[in-house]
Ligand binder design. Sequence first.
Ligand code: SF4
Length: 355
Amino acid sequence: MGEETKVRLLDLDRGELKQFVGTLGMPEYRANQIAERLLAGEDIGEITTLSKKDRQTLSEVAVSGIPETVLVRQSKIDETCKYLFKLFDGVLVETVLMKYSYGYSVCVSSQAGCRMGCKFCASSGIPFSRNLTAGEILGQIIAINRSKNIKIGHVVIMGIGEPLDNYDNVIKFLRLATSEEGLNISSRKISLSTCGLVPNIKRLAQENIPVTLSVSLHNPFDYERSEIMPVNKVYPLDELFAACREYVKLTGRRVTFEYALISGVNDTKRHANELAGRLSHLQCHVNIIPVNKVKGTGFERPDRDSIERFSGYLTEKGIPATVRRELGRDISAACGQLRKGVIEDGGEAGTGSES
Ligand code: SF4
């Protein structure tokens, strides 16, 4: 059996894994032993709680599904570390590990490429290849936990891809990541970032997985937002804010609005005023992200005074707002930048680390 047609064990929840080992003639409890070791980042060959014969049987039809690390970039400024992973079919995805006072947080990718076409985003210039499976998203966390010998406690689904455009796999990932039998990460410590796929925000609100919903807003005017985010032509701001209100009502969680501040584009008082008005009756928080200059987009980072003015104006109007502390500026830590750089430099990244 070719590697690509084998079952990838990380894609299976515990019930499915029990069923699968049953088809190989193994008792159900083997599934628990296998899952425990896979979640610790071990490959099938390393699971010594299984007999050699069982490992052999399993290896003939299955692989762990943990992605291969092809590049690691460690920041010299802080503890941010960026990983480039290769999936079973050669597709490259990237993941960023960040260290905060409260512990480790990881930013995972949910798709290889993205179909949403946001103009400010490095990922939008890369053709969409495919959705990631639940196990491929989970595997990014597991691989980093093992490589650093840590336990990541916070997750943001904010890497390459629009998670709500890969709805079923992302929901399965969330169940695997939050379940006691899985990584047991609290849903309150997971943020899912969306550009605003309204119908799936409403579906997510009903899933009983109350993650933090983080909406990439970036502009409070429909006509301007549509220019940088094509999704706005399909789901304009009134519909988006209505879905956010529903999310708050059903989950009890406040929504975070991401606002990438771009010099001369969306950093004026007019924008701050409109934004404050739009958000005045919504339980929310605004995360201001001074944009990193991305080659080819023409967007520039605002100066410190403009950033503080914008943030101060929102706060004065009673809208909680913070300016995001930037981590890993020296290693292209914004979404899609490492992968884009590697692809533009000629495809294969080569194994190893750059520090
Ligand atoms: S910002 Fe997010 S949704 Fe928009 S193109 Fe980039 S990855 Fe896709």
